[in-house]
Design a protein around this ligand. Structure first.
Ligand SMILES: Cc1cc2nc3c(=O)[nH]c(=O)nc-3n(C[C@H](O)[C@H](O)[C@H](O)COP(=O)(O)OP(=O)(O)OC[C@H]3O[C@@H](n4cnc5c(N)ncnc54)[C@H](O)[C@@H]3O)c2cc1C
Ligand SMILES: *[C@@H]1O[C@H](CO)[C@@H](O)[C@H](O)[C@H]1NC(C)=O
Ligand SMILES: *[C@@H]1O[C@H](CO)[C@@H](O)[C@H](O)[C@H]1NC(C)=O
Length: 626
């Protein structure tokens, strides 16, 4: 569990220093990250972790497809039984110092650790993105999306899980899944040492981010002044405000790979991990509808692995449905259109939910030196972080995210203890990396950066942003395949803001954030709305309701919580793909274990749930085969 310290510092230091010294120049940054990712460190680390070379037609008890959050947890738990052999196949490579350093989170989307998906052009959202395509990043590396995400640790609301259970999924009520959240967690949270909602001996480290700006202190204080209670949003009640809890260990990213696999992989000869192995198809015996293996590409050559017990898809909310459809399990119209013989007709990809944000409002302040500009990181801070292991420098800031607030809007008819809106306090904006990372990652148009943020970056003007996120959207998207190319991209139409009501929720959230800005703690630091209208919305009176509605559809920013593409539900539910044991309906020896099974958007970011799903699935599989 000491991933960061195992890396030899003298290998990394020059690269990190270069990265930071080049912090204001996009070309230098990208070049360096490409280097980090493709040559130097990847190779060094791969040698260190002894990669496996696949043997064609090898037999395993379990073949797990995808080493993401859920896949790593599952493979680690299944391989605890030395009698069982487990193959874990991952399309990407391994983590390096860029992944481990939380402040660089935004840059990872510019590397080959991101699948780099984009939505089909949107009509009602993402108007501020090039070609109106929303960027849909996903992790492609050991650790999956948990290795490129923003590390916010957030489980969800009791009512989310009780709802799953009530919808015909026995075993998934809050009381039944809480033990699995706990089993995965190793919390080091000051003040919560005795909380029954936290465990201190699981694999996944959870801690408060130790670097804190004056801006976040003011935000938390102002939230309290506005009537919000301080809360542990992973505890008894979500409602309120809190400094962010993060999946980091001593200020380094703690991914699914670092937490679950790295500590055991050299100790378990029954767990075989393959990188750069891209699964292309599930092998299915048509007569018995049984999965018996997978086909995959490794170094441009096709291979086959056989599964004696089960094939388990943990390829994430886009790739698990893609693999099912490629293998003949999906909607009839899509399978016919692409010429894949139908094995089992199921509504794979028919539903796709996500959490949408408005990227803002942004507020400027009278403070100095508080906003996280990556180019503000000093060589002294780098030395302190890397050499002395100090977890409290700016480098441990999770991409600038510092606090979360969970709110109700007056619009909602949901129970009082079930939040509708989250405010994500970020000590920065697109200006934080001077346009070299976030802007590109989200596919923002150049003019958005130029007209709203460039000056903030040039002046190093302190500011912060409240991302306003809606938890329970009505808009439902869809994923399908355009052709049967197994190395291609699925088509993704998230249909954000197709339901107008979703925009109104975000408008309510923006208004709530403006009220917090009126509080004394915010006035004390001179916080005021950035007076730069969103390009395309100048026709509306600045900060009027219609202005915000326009801005919401323009600065549409997903927090990448896609769920529901292999929805869990009983066989009688025409929208369900897997049952409560995560078995694909009508199939044998085939499960989906990742966030694609989540039936409706939870009141949470989705990484913690992915770990919980992996943990719970391992118990279901164990009890079936032992
Ligand atoms: C930029 C970003 C920021 C985020 N920030 C947060 C956050 O702060 N907090 C939070 O809770 N959530 C966050 N999320 C969401 C969260 O990280 C994901 O929901 C979660 O990690 C998904 O876990 P998973 O196991 O379902 O899939 P993944 O972790 O995506 O794992 C899928 C794995 O399968 C592999 N794979 C896919 N297809 C194949 C194939 N054909 N063959 C072999 N391997 C394959 C992939 O490469 C990947 O490693 C963020 C997501 C993104 C993209
Ligand atoms: C804490 O985690 C460990 C390891 O996963 C587990 O054995 C233990 O049961 C967990 N404790 C609680 C209270 O859930
Ligand atoms: C913050 O700065 C602005 C602009 O210089 C000034 O008008 C305002 O009085 C300052 N507010 C505080 C609280 O210092």
């Amino acid at each position: 569990m000491q991933s960061a310290s195992q890396i030899s510092m003298n290998q990394l230091l020059p690269l990190v220093l270069l990265l930071i010294l080049g912090g204001s120049r996009a070309d230098v940054n990208r070049l360096l990250l490409d280097q980090l990712n493709q040559v130097g460190l990847v190779n060094l680390l791969e040698l260190a972790t002894r990669p496996n070379v696949p043997r064609d037609l090898a037999n395993y008890d379990f073949v797990v497809v995808g080493a993401g959050a859920a896949g790593c947890a599952l493979a680690a738990r299944l391989s605890e039984n030395p009698q069982w052999t487990v193959a874990l196949l991952e399309a990407g490579g391994v983590e390096n110092i860029a992944h481990l350093t939380p402040v660089l989170a935004g840059y990872l989307q510019q590397t080959s650790s991101n699948w780099g998906y984009k939505s089909v052009p949107q009509k009602l959202s993402c108007l501020g993105m090039n070609n109106q395509e929303c960027a849909l990043p996903r992790g492609k590396v050991l650790g999956g999306t948990s290795s490129i995400n923003y590390m916010i640790y957030n489980r969800g609301n009791r009512r989310d899980f009780d709802g799953w259970s009530a919808a015909g999924n026995p075993g998934w009520s809050y009381d039944e899944i809480l033990p699995y959240f706990l089993r995965s967690e190793n919390a080091q949270l000051q003040g919560l040492e005795n909380s029954p909602y936290h465990n201190h001996s699981g694999p996944l480290s959870v801690e408060y981010v130790r670097f804190r700006s004056q801006l976040v202190d003011a935000f938390v204080e102002a939230s309290v002044e506005s009537g919000l209670p301080r809360t542990d949003y992973n505890g008894e009640s979500q409602f309120g405000v809190s400094y962010v809890q993060a999946t980091t260990l001593n200020g380094r990213r703690h991914s699914a790979y670092s937490a679950y696999i790295k500590p055991v992989r050299d100790l378990r000869s029954n767990l075989h991990i393959f990188t750069y192995a891209r699964v292309t198809r599930i092998l299915i015996d048509d007569a018995t509808k049984s999965a018996y293996g997978v086909e995959f590409h490794y170094k441009n050559k096709p291979y086959t692995f056989k599964a004696r017990k089960e094939v388990i898809l943990s390829a994430g909310a886009f790739n698990s449905p893609q693999l099912l459809i490629l293998s003949g399990i999906g909607p009839e119209d899509n399978l016919k259109a692409i010429g894949v013989p139908i094995v089992k007709e199921l509504p794979v990809g028919r539903r796709l939910y996500d959490h949408m944000c408005h990227f803002g409002p942004t507020f400027v302040t009278n403070t100095t030196g508080q906003t996280t500009f990556t180019s503000r990181v000093t060589p002294t801070e780098v030395l302190s972080y890397l050499l002395a292991g100090n977890p409290a420098t700016r480098l441990s800031s999770i991409g600038g995210v510092e606090a979360l607030a969970f709110l109700k809007t007056p619009r909602s008819s949901l129970p009082k203890d079930w939040p509708d809106i989250e405010l994500i306090m970020v000590a920065g904006s697109l200006a934080s990396d001077e346009g070299t990372g976030l802007k590109l990652g989200a596919n923002f148009k150049e003019e958005i950066y130029d007209r709203m943020y460039r000056e903030l970056a040039q002046a190093r003007q302190d500011h912060f942003t409240l991302l306003v996120m809606q938890f329970h959207p009505e808009s439902v998207g869809r994923l399908w395949l355009r052709d049967r190319n197994s190395l291609g991209w699925p088509k993704i139409d998230p249909k954000y803001f197709a339901a107008e009501e979703d925009v109104e929720y975000l408008l309510d959230g923006i208004k709530a954030s403006l009220r917090i800005m009126e509080m004394p703690a915010m006035q004390k630091i001179g916080a005021r709305l950035l007076q730069r209208p969103t390009p395309g919305c100048e026709g509306h009176k600045f900060a009027s309701d219609d202005y915000w509605r326009c801005s919401i559809r323009t600065l549409s920013y997903t927090l990448h919580h896609q769920v529901g593409t292999c929805r869990m539900g009983p066989e009688s539910d025409p929208t369900a793909v897997v049952n409560h044991q995560l078995k694909v309906h009508g199939m044998r020896r085939l499960r989906v274990v990742d966030t694609s099974i989540i039936p409706v958007p939870p009141t949470a970011h989705t990484n913690a749930a992915a770990f919980m799903i992996g943990e719970k699935a391992s118990d279901m599989i164990r009890s079936e085969w032992s």
